[in-house]
Design a protein. Structure first.
Length: 462
């Protein structure tokens, strides 16, 4: 039986009571064969669960090696019985549907799944009964929000607050474990994140393990700072001294970076800069190591610039808008910041360009439960790729697994969930969020048709 706690949502919500098992494709137990060089770039036609890739900086093409394409996908209704494709030994089942604008997910300490729905201005809570593999209860936790995206619980173990990152503010709601609805109105923690609105709108949020620092990611207002007035190098360096190395100014002030505050919204500083759009921000389990999944710039050709996932260094500069992938200068801004040459950090894991990385979650090393993944997945990361629009051959529209060794990314990644693309023009799913449930399953949200999928080993509660 499915219970919809918020009756106003009932007509728009259709949760699946029947699980849909996925088709099975070939699986690579380990990256015995990794596509490198030109083969690593690929497109949706060669995507399949078990395919491994490693994109290296040395293999990047020259700018404008191909024309810059505009190739927006058309979102079609999900065909009957359509489901993501995953590895042998795994299944992908429909966990919930009818979730308008489903975006980022975070799991509360009691196991409830909190979901942001940016277009609807809402945060919802999904709950599964013990042993259930589909959501059995859905409630509106808070509504009337301004394009909410990031969600965080504070303090982490026994939260008293649910923090939500709106597009231009951070708010919080009083919370007691198990609440399906906020206990009162939103309290404003950060009243304004950017002086000017527009551009990338998603904001993610997270806390350091000791609870003393609150991180908020803010994307750029533009592709390559087209509206930002030029400064002389001395003036730019003077700006850096206050705002962080390589920080952008004007309409890009405090954008394309990660900001840090205390939990009350005080002590605002730039933690790291030159990160065009850190959509997903998270800390590796049991560490103070901050990670970002990043959307890079467009307009330089099909295979530039790679999106990426990286560890974020305090005070680090990652290039935007003048440089990319370490020592590569953007030809559109040539000669504007020569002083930054050699100062740009190279991201850890380049992804297929224009994939639009939106979600990032680690699979905990100590994860147990009836749906727990095999040991070789522990400590790795999963990334949701929303899909390309600026590439002649479509890419993204999948979930990939990043291989880590002792907490350090190897640079290789594997297709884990595919099958959202119908043909060269149409897709039925656009993955956004990814998270790990208390029983060990992997949840994936997609905003094309507003569905949520549960990946788990067939031998477990999958």
């Amino acid at each position: 039986m499915i219970v919809v706690t918020n009756r106003r949502m009932a007509p728009a919500l259709a949760l699946s009571a029947v699980a849909v098992a996925c088709p099975i494709l070939a699986r690579a137990q380990a990256p015995a064969e990794v596509r490198t060089g030109p083969a690593a770039f690929g497109d949706w036609r060669s995507d399949a669960p078990g395919v491994w890739r490693r994109i290296e900086v040395k293999d990047l093409p020259a700018p404008f090696a191909t024309p810059s394409a505009r190739n927006t996908s058309s979102v079609a209704a999900r065909p009957k019985d359509a489901a993501p494709k995953t590895l042998p030994g795994f299944s992908a089942r429909l966990f919930a549907s009818g979730l308008d604008g489903a975006r980022l997910m975070r799991v509360a300490p009691n196991g409830d799944v909190f979901l942001s729905q940016g277009d609807a201005g809402r945060v919802s809570v999904l709950r599964a009964a013990p042993g259930a593999v589909t959501a059995t209860e859905v409630s509106t936790f808070a509504e009337g929000l301004e394009q909410p995206f990031g969600i965080a619980f504070y303090p982490a173990d026994h939260p008293k607050w649910v923090y939500v990152a709106n597009t231009n503010s951070v708010v919080r709601f009083a919370y007691v474990e198990g609440d399906l609805k906020a206990r009162g109105p939103a309290q404003t923690v950060v009243a304004q994140l950017t002086a000017e609105e527009g551009g990338h709108w998603t904001r993610d949020i997270g806390f350091s393990p000791d609870g003393r620092r609150m991180y908020v990611s803010v994307g750029s207002a533009s592709n390559v700072a087209e509206e930002m007035a030029r400064k002389s190098v001395p003036d730019a360096k003077a700006f850096d001294a206050v705002h962080g190395q390589g920080a952008a100014w004007g309409p890009e002030t405090d954008r394309a970076d990660v900001l840090v505050f205390d939990p009350e919204g005080r002590g605002r500083k730039v933690y790291a800069s030159g990160i065009r759009n850190c959509v997903a921000l998270t800390l590796a389990p049991s560490t103070d190591q901050l990670w970002c999944a990043v959307n890079e710039r467009d307009g330089l050709g099909d295979n530039l610039v790679p999106d990426y996932v990286t560890r974020v260094k305090p005070g680090g500069f990652y290039g935007w808008p003048w440089w990319y992938m370490g020592g590569h200068e953007d030809p559109r801004l040539k000669g504007q910041r020569p002083d930054l040459a050699g100062q740009v950090l190279t991201p850890d894991v380049p992804l297929q360009p224009h994939s639009a990385a939106l979600g990032l979650a680690f699979y905990p090393k100590g994860q147990g439960g009836p749906a727990a993944f095999p040991a070789e997945y522990r400590g790795d990361a999963f990334v949701a790729l929303h899909g390309s629009w600026n590439r002649a051959l479509r890419t993204g529209y999948k979930v990939v697994r990043l291989k880590l060794q002792d907490g350090v990314p190897t640079g290789a990644y594997e297709d884990f969930l595919t099958g959202f693309v119908l043909d060269a023009r149409r897709v039925w799913g656009r993955p956004v969020g990814v998270t790990v449930t208390h029983d060990g399953a992997l949840l994936v949200s997609e905003d094309g048709n507003g569905t949520m999928w549960r990946g788990a080993p067939r031998t477990g509660a999958g």
